[in-house]
Write a protein that binds this ligand. Sequence first.
Ligand code: BJW
Length: 224
Amino acid sequence: MRVVVLTGAGISAESGVPTFRDSDGLWEGHDPMMVATPEAFAADPDLVQRFYDERRAALPRVQPNAAHRALARLEEALGDDLFLVTQNVDDLHERGGSRRVHHMHGRLRAAWCTSCDQRPEWTGSLVDRPGCPGCGSPSLRPDVVWFGEMPHGMDVIEQELWAAELFVSMGTSGAVYPAAGFVHWASANGARTLELNLEPSDGSAHFDQARHGPATELVPAWVD
Ligand code: BJW
């Protein structure tokens, strides 16, 4: 059976990674949603870089949880019949054992040179921003997808959704498109759809089935 799994911030919440919309936390007095925009980067690049530097620096302090590990077991069982697409920019799926992860909103550990279009890994040596290792330009930015930008690999995602027999969305509020619309793309082609989330998401009513609770309980129970 061809399965597409979409994950969001809720799957990493129990690892200690803050979600976007249920945290009351401001970052240095800013709403994180206002920082994760091209406009914020144009207005104050240092502030936005610091936001991502801090999140990147926090990665080694968080560990994959039972939900990430369950999805790695699912990949073992289904092989190429599983397509795992995440909105998360952390690396917890990979560290949980998943080998093929499609990061539609980019990765914290990657940089993007807007001058030469290379995407080097954002290693420790890039923290001081010496410039792009390819062309030397200072135009490196985090390789993440902000509002108004095109998510990565939409063509591949669309193909997978059309071919899916089962679509499962987990740990996402359903507030951000195009990911929030995947349930419609999958069900239009006859896939069954399932939501696993702490609470009903904005799109809950569009799924054939929904189960609500913490990801570390729901995801292993569904996989195993
Ligand atoms: C738990 C839990 C636990 C907690 N267990 N669960 C209509 C159609 C198409 C587009 C638009 C549209 N209207 C507006 C747009 C444009 C816009 C958009 O969607 N705006 C909305 C605000 C309305 N979208 C875009 O601009 C996107 N690009 C685009 O549309 O290009 C054109 C295009 C059109 C058509 C096809 C293709 C392309 C780009 C969106 C980029 C989003 N970027 C961010 C930042 C990434 C970098 C970074 O991390 O800093 O992505 S914003 C932020 O939101 C981040 C997330 O990936 C994303 C989604 O958040 P997520 O993961 O759902 O987290 P939360 O916090 O919202 O929810 C967590 C959930 O977990 C909650 O429900 C909790 O209950 C649950 N939870 N603990 C289980 N323990």
